[in-house]
Design a protein around this ligand. Structure first.
Ligand code: MG
Ligand code: MG
Ligand code: MG
Length: 306
């Protein structure tokens, strides 16, 4: 039987990794030959969660061959996917993002829900198949929900995420708040990243009406601390957009305790960000109270102003 590769987006986050693992577990339990993969380095938050539940990292892949059967989780835009995706055979997508440039030549399974986390959707798939979720997988899926919803505090979080999160916590036998805070905190350790690495931990490209832009996000318990390296970070952002021919780069520095973000903006279309967030950038920066979600509070308002 042909091996199906299951993976999330480049610059993987906890949802992308855990959803690939959970979806693979579900497919395997249905008797299908599937393997979880990743398209980049595991971040510190995800590493913490994988180690906590004693789970190996998925295999790193650089690209896929023509005709390779793949399942996409936690993304659909080809620019965020594996190299060679245009000629792969996408058989299924499970995602909670806006649908971008997605296109296939054949009918596929496509499950999209506007919920806070892909793992929440996958939970429903286990239920539908009447397949029990084992405690380790439950712990990994719970980690994904905690990560994507910032412990249920992000505006992307829905009642379903909360309900599923609590069910998974019970299966995994985990105290959501204690574990969740430790896991989120593990992701805020930025000490050994160079500025170029820091802006790439959780970074995504977008193209809207011919404008190419990048939105990256780092989580922290102290925005002030991150801003100590502002000049170097800005330089790295400038280099990145030059190299990738982009018009705009927005970095969100998100305070996971207070649930606000500071943005640093560079590029020749900074005006788009100023309009989108209704701010005047000072020193390329602005403070955005209550903004924590790229998907819901950043990308849509940028798109609207392009
Ligand atoms: Mg993601
Ligand atoms: Mg996600
Ligand atoms: Mg995220």
């Amino acid at each position: 039987m042909e091996n199906v590769l299951i993976f999330g987006h480049k610059n993987p986050d906890t949802d992308t990794i855990m959803s690939a693992i959970a979806m693979t577990n579900l497919e395997n339990k249905k008797g299908k030959n599937a393997k979880a993969c990743r398209l980049g380095n595991i971040n510190k938050e995800t590493k913490y969660a994988l180690e906590h539940f004693n789970q190996e990292e998925p295999e790193l892949i650089e690209g896929v061959e023509d005709g390779q059967q793949v399942v996409l989780v936690d993304h659909n835009e080809f620019g965020q996917s594996v190299d060679g995706i245009e000629n792969a055979k996408i058989i299924r997508v499970v995602d909670h993002h806006k649908i971008g440039d997605f296109k296939t030549s054949e009918p596929i399974y496509y499950t999209a829900m506007p919920v806070g986390c892909t793992a929440t959707i996958i939970y429903g798939m286990f239920e539908q198949e009447k397949i029990e979720i084992e405690p380790k997988i439950a712990g990994l899926m719970l980690s994904a929900i905690i990560s994507d919803t910032l412990l249920f505090k992000s505006p992307t979080c829905t009642d379903l995420d909360i309900e599923v999160g609590h069910k998974l916590a019970e299966i995994a036998n985990v105290d959501i708040n204690a574990y969740g805070l430790e896991m989120l905190k593990a992701g805020t350790d930025l000490s050994d990243f160079s500025p170029a690495e820091l802006i790439n931990i959780d970074s995504k490209p977008y193209t809207t009406n011919g404008i190419k832009y990048q939105v990256a996000q780092v989580n922290t318990a102290s925005i002030e601390d991150v801003l100590k390296g502002k000049t170097e970070i800005e330089n790295a952002m400038e280099d990145f957009i030059k190299e990738n021919n982009e018009d705009l780069f927005v970095l969100l520095i998100t305070d996971i305790l207070e649930n606000n973000s500071q943005i640093i903006v560079v590029g020749n279309r900074k005006d788009i960000a100023e309009k989108a967030f209704e701010v005047n950038l000072e020193d390329n920066m602005a403070f955005l109270p209550g903004v924590v979600s790229r998907k819901k509070q950043v990308v849509p308002v940028i798109d609207k102003n392009i």
